[in-house]
Design a protein around this ligand. Structure first.
Ligand SMILES: [Zn+2]
Length: 125
């Protein structure tokens, strides 16, 4: 059984090992293709640029908020903390002018969350 060097941590691993016993990386003895690394690096750079721009926006603002899983779970938490029922968020819709967001829950409920200077006000429609 040949011993090879792990591409991640440099530890000794068997050439038949599926994962590195030291760092847990899969296929530790094969080097990933340079092309893949380039694509990942480019994707990461794009990702970082995107979030850098995002940081310039004021915090706790739903302005231009997208209907992402993060927005949904945050909206759900706010709704539930005000004693409203929201077992599952169907969709969220940010108001065009910002400051409020409409949340649809459990196929029947519709809530509006208003951002009053950092304090969320929840109203059932
Ligand atoms: Zn390793």
């Amino acid at each position: 059984m040949a011993m090879k060097k792990c591409r991640e941590c440099g530890g000794k691993v068997s050439s038949s090992a599926k994962t590195c016993p030291h760092c847990g990386v899969s296929k530790p003895y094969t080097s990933p293709s340079g092309c893949l690394i380039f694509i990942l690096a480019a994707a990461f750079a794009t990702y970082m640029t995107f979030f850098k721009d995002d940081d310039k926006k004021p915090e706790n603002s739903y302005e231009k908020a997208e209907d992402t899983q993060e927005v949904r779970s945050e909206a759900q938490a706010v709704i539930q903390s005000r004693g409203f029922t929201c077992t599952k968020v169907n969709s969220t819709h940010a108001a065009a002018f910002g400051g409020s967001i409409t949340v649809f829950c459990d196929d029947v409920y519709e809530y509006k969350i208003k951002d009053n200077g950092g304090k969320y006000q929840v109203t059932a429609e």
